[in-house]
Design a protein. Structure first.
Length: 235
């Protein structure tokens, strides 16, 4: 299915202009050293830095993760959500296509004393991921424009190819009664996300929503918990 914005042309153009306005200062960022949810992180310029917008998602992951869960953190970035999950789970696989993120996540896992619980691998989505998981974590890019560099790829997904491919494949990697924790903002295309959720046999529950202002614009951010509908057949 080829993506077409599920909004007016004027609204799509407005969001592109806002995106470009937001990206200029981000593109000039250098290596960051920060404490996030009590965890020390060092994040190179090529990797997205977790912020107040994503903090609630990380807190929801900590609450959702069970001790016996086998966890997959897809698109791990700095590794923070894998680290958070590893505070409870002993089996966490963190995946990213960005080699800078893979190195960053490994170092941050070691820095926070969970490297024995977190394995980090380079993979384009599920290409090099085997097995099934009780919990899959995904904080996908919200924008559908062509990324200008490897850093922007973590927040921009041309034509939502990555998001669409994730939904086509994630069911095959879920254990029975497995669930997906997904974070998404209204500056993306919520209608398209919900279309993918339904078409791929998932039921969704919004477990947190919060309005956050980014510069002069207010956006709603959602944490979804997804489970497969009964009778959905995934090989």
């Amino acid at each position: 299915m080829t993506y077409k914005p599920m909004m007016s042309r004027d609204e799509a153009s407005r969001r592109l202009a806002l995106w470009n306005e937001w990206y200029v200062p981000v593109s000039n960022r250098k290596e960051a050293s920060l404490t996030f949810l009590g965890r020390k992180l060092i994040v190179p310029k090529e990797v997205f830095v977790p912020d107040a917008i994503t903090e609630r998602f990380s807190k929801s992951i900590l609450k959702e993760t069970e001790t016996d869960d086998k966890v997959l953190d897809m698109g791990t970035g700095s590794g923070i959500n894998a680290i958070v999950a590893a505070l409870k789970s002993r089996r966490v696989l963190a995946v990213d296509i960005n080699p800078f993120a893979v190195k960053c996540a490994r170092e941050n896992a070691a820095r926070n004393g969970v490297s024995d619980r977190v394995k980090v691998v380079k993979s384009n989505l599920f290409r090099d991921v085997g097995g099934k998981f009780d919990l899959v974590i995904f904080n996908p890019p919200f924008a559908w424009y062509k990324p200008r560099d490897i850093r922007e790829r973590s927040v921009t997904d041309e034509g939502f190819r990555t998001l669409s491919a994730f939904f086509r494949n994630v069911g095959k990697h879920l254990e029975k009664n497995g669930r997906v924790m997904l974070f998404y903002g209204s500056e993306g295309d919520i209608k398209y996300l919900e279309l993918l959720i339904g078409r791929n046999g998932f039921e969704s529950k919004i477990i947190h929503r919060e309005m956050i202002r980014v510069k002069s614009h207010g956006w709603m951010y959602y944490t979804y918990k997804l489970t497969q509908k009964k009778g959905t057949n995934r090989r």
